[in-house]
Design a protein around this ligand. Structure first.
Ligand code: GLC
Length: 564
């Protein structure tokens, strides 16, 4: 088939919309595509080049859209196919690309395929999912192996009608598809074509590294809760083969593919996105989201700048040859970053510093809705107020002997719900998100943290995001330059240099709550340096040719080396 040239996603940056909380346009308290339509100019003005929509398809919302019951329609809460087309056309007219979320590791248990599949072993959909007979210990019926799901207890659920278990790596209502079945892969391609024919520009592909299982389904490592089966479904035996098939479909439209790869390291990522027969364009890694936790936010430890820097640099150096990074610090799966890697006390300062810290690295930045406003986490009083299936399950399953207060602290530190509160558009009622009581709690700080007020304040986090994105885009060194880390062992600053055709730019990020000084590399110690960006009033702080650069709490400075 003739291939259409792919657009250059490397030059671009993207804005992620989790539509339920983005903006309510029809007054029912739920964010929707009408709200998105009204805010497309806002997104364009931020300076991004595209949008990634988290799932907008019909879904019972057991996992807020990541459990799809119809791949070819729009969730009635969010609008209609016609409204989606309007959004798509308008986005294109504004020069924005549009990526959809392709969730094909699993469907909803309310998807017609699964409903059919459950009915017995001899219908056209019987082999669409991963079914196994029970094991028996005497009279006791046991699941086929000891795997745990990542979200909800055992990874197997028994179906009475079929007298078999089905596999679900996530929640019970998210049965895993059997990708070894060629018919399932044909379905995937046909879903891709459906949206690509409509004009969509590509996909973010959900937990794509899990789609091929080791079908012997051996018992997993007993002591790893929630991910004991991971070695047998992460980067499984046929992953590349299946992705190659999907790649062909995508490339015949020039579409871009961004794969979520939760437990994939550099080597695995390089295999996916480099070389002539690469099967994806970008990988969303999780390592930079674990500077304050082990594997997942639920197992928290105090923030370690050195751990964050190691992760940043590992990926930057790791992708040096022929690779490219997806850069992000927030999405719908992680609590807000100011509360994790920054500081509430230095909210504006740390929010702006964190922006420059990741946007100016080598790669394609992704900004999550509300991140550009410095939105922070919520603290709800009881677990009953939380909706995220992963949080609710963790609360009821782990650390049961601890007092409620401590268990709730774990939820406050980890819940994905913190990233899912309505976007704060103004200091008006319901944060200007809706005229109706919103479907979920609004963060009470909306009177001070909101788009309208930040629009009016040139020193705001919002304006700083715009500046950063503009600077990145207008500067070849920041787009294409190499990456080199300085001050590696420092526990207070993260410093990196970008270099391209003899131009050198240094990004100095303070993670300290105190005034500190940083000894500049030689080449930056002269007064011809140009200060490209600063999150403090710049005039007073221009570098003066001295060796020591003074930094305010959470200050970021971006310096271009002048000629000596
Ligand atoms: C991905 C999604 C997450 C979802 C999970 C299961 O990690 O980003 O939101 O819960 O996959 O689909």
């Amino acid at each position: 088939m003739e291939k259409i040239r792919q657009f250059d996603f490397r030059k671009m940056s993207f804005y992620q919309i989790w539509v339920r909380s983005f903006r309510d346009g029809n007054g029912d308290g739920i964010g929707d595509l009408y709200g998105v339509y009204e805010r497309l100019e806002y997104i364009r003005d931020l300076g991004v080049d595209g949008i990634w929509f988290s799932p907008i398809f019909p879904s019972p919302n057991a996992d807020y859209g990541y459990d799809i019951s119809d791949y070819r329609n729009i969730h009635p809460d969010y609008g209609t196919l016609e409204q989606f087309r309007k959004v798509l056309d308008r986005a294109h007219a504004l020069g924005l690309k549009v990526l959809l979320d392709l969730v094909i590791n699993h469907t909803s248990d309310e998807h017609p395929w699964f409903i059919e599949s459950c009915k017995g072993k001899d219908n056209p959909y019987s082999d669409y999912y991963i079914w196994r007979d029970p094991r028996f210990d005497g009279e006791d019926r046991l699941p086929p192996n000891n795997w745990y799901s990542q979200f909800e207890g055992l990874a197997w659920e028994y179906c009475e009608t079929r007298k078999q278990y089905y596999l679900h790596v996530f929640a019970r209502k998210q049965p895993d598809l059997n990708m070894d079945n060629p018919k399932v892969r044909e379905e995937v391609k046909s879903i891709m074509r459906f949206w690509l024919d409509m004009g969509v520009d590509g996909f973010r592909e959900d937990v794509i590294t899990y789609i091929s299982k080791d079908m012997r389904l051996p018992d997993g490592i007993p002591f790893l809760p929630a991910i004991n089966g991971l070695p047998f479904y992460n980067e499984g035996p046929n992953l590349h083969r299946y992705l190659r098939e999907f790649r062909e479909t995508a490339l015949s439209y020039g579409a871009v593919q961004i794969g979520e790869a939760p437990f994939t390291g550099i080597k695995g990522a390089r295999r996916l996105i480099t070389g002539r027969d690469r099967v994806l364009d970008l990988v969303i890694q999780f390592e930079t989201m674990t500077a304050d936790c082990f594997f997942t936010e639920y197992v928290h430890h105090p923030f370690s700048l050195r751990k964050l820097k190691r992760a940043f640099s590992r990926w930057q150096y790791g992708m040096k040859k022929g690779g490219w990074n997806a850069l992000y610090l927030e999405n719908h799966d992680h609590p807000r970053v100011i509360d994790r890697y920054g500081s509430r006390k230095y909210w504006r300062e740390s929010g702006t510093m964190l922006a420059a810290c990741f946007i100016l690295q080598r790669g394609t930045p992704f900004i999550y809705q509300g991140q550009e406003l410095g939105m922070t986490n919520i603290r709800l009083h009881s677990i009953g107020q939380y909706l995220d299936v992963a949080s609710v399950n963790a609360y009821h399953r782990f650390h049961l002997k601890e007092p409620v207060r401590r268990r709730m602290r774990r939820i406050h530190l980890s819940s994905r719900d913190s990233a899912r509160t309505p976007v704060q558009w103004s200091p008006a009622r319901y944060a200007g998100f809706s005229v109706h009581k919103p479907w979920f709690y609004v963060n009470p700080n909306y009177k001070t943290v909101n788009a309208a007020d930040e629009e009016a304040d040139p020193g705001s986090i919002l304006h700083f995001y715009r500046k950063c994105l503009k600077l990145r885009k207008s500067c070849k060194t920041l787009l294409w330059g190499s990456y080199r880390e300085y001050a590696r062992s420092s526990r207070r600053v993260y410093v990196y240099e970008r270099e391209y055709e003899k131009e050198r730019i240094l990004v100095i990020c303070s993670f300290s709550r105190h005034r500190i000084s940083y000894r500049l590399p030689k080449i930056y110690r002269n007064s011809n340096n140009k200060l490209l960006l600063d999150n403090y009033p710049a005039e007073e702080r221009l570098p003066d040719g001295k060796r020591e650069l003074r930094l305010q709490p959470y200050e970021v400075k971006v310096l271009k080396a002048g000629c000596l």
